[in-house]
Write a protein that binds this ligand. Structure first.
Ligand SMILES: [Fe+2]
Ligand SMILES: [Fe+2]
Length: 212
């Protein structure tokens, strides 16, 4: 029994090690995400956060593929764990089992305020900073006839001050995120708008071309 137990542990460790050595791709992350998530709203949220995090990865010369995969997976378990006593902490072991590297898993865990984990890497900071704001900018785009086209940081800031608009978005996390990146809020908003524009159609947004 003891020997069998040890063999099993060694086997799973070896499997995990060999998987972890493989760099995750955006495609793998999408495959994992869509296996656990069917809600269109959640998939759109994942795509929006991916676009924003990917924008910052490219701009600062970071590992864009890893950052995109992390962003896609940050809420992958939300459909099965919609409460904070489970999300995202009960999803993390699944990501490890699927072979995702610790760097990705820890970043996913750190996006959750209630876990109070340190955001001590550029990836963790960026994921946190893009999570709520991407959702908010997306919501702003949905109520405009031209979507994100012509959306100014000033009007996003104005909407942030209206508690009834996109009430689920935590304003304090939006402000804290910009600060964490060392950016003025207007610059962070403008970056997120720019990041989301190329995927407007996937996000169900109209564009200036639709309005003419
Ligand atoms: Fe989350
Ligand atoms: Fe999220």
């Amino acid at each position: 029994m003891r020997r069998n137990g040890r063999v099993t542990v060694l086997g799973s460790q070896r499997r995990r090690l060999s998987y972890s050595a493989v760099r995750p791709t955006r495609e793998q992350a999408w495959e994992t995400l869509t296996r656990y998530t069917t809600s269109e709203a959640l998939l759109r949220h994942a795509l929006a956060v991916e676009a924003s995090v990917g924008f910052y990865a490219r701009r600062s010369g970071e590992d864009e593929e890893l950052w995109r995969a992390t962003a896609l997976l940050h809420d992958f378990d939300y459909e099965m764990h919609p409460t904070l006593d489970k999300h995202p902490q009960d999803g993390a072991p699944i990501l490890r089992e699927e072979g995702y590297p610790e760097e990705l898993v820890e970043a996913v865990l750190s996006h959750a305020e209630h876990l109070q984990l340190p955001r001590d890497t550029p990836l963790k900071k960026t994921l946190f900073a893009c999570d709520e704001l991407s959702g908010f900018v997306h919501a702003c785009g949905l109520v405009r006839p031209t979507g994100l086209d012509g959306l100014e940081p000033k009007s996003v800031r104005k909407k942030l001050k209206q508690p009834s608009f996109a009430a689920g978005v935590h304003r304090d996390e939006v402000y804290a995120g910009a600060e964490l990146l060392g950016l003025e809020l207007d610059d962070h908003i403008a970056n997120v708008v720019t990041a989301l524009q190329p995927i407007a159609k996937e996000l169900g947004l109209r564009t200036a071309a639709d309005a003419t």
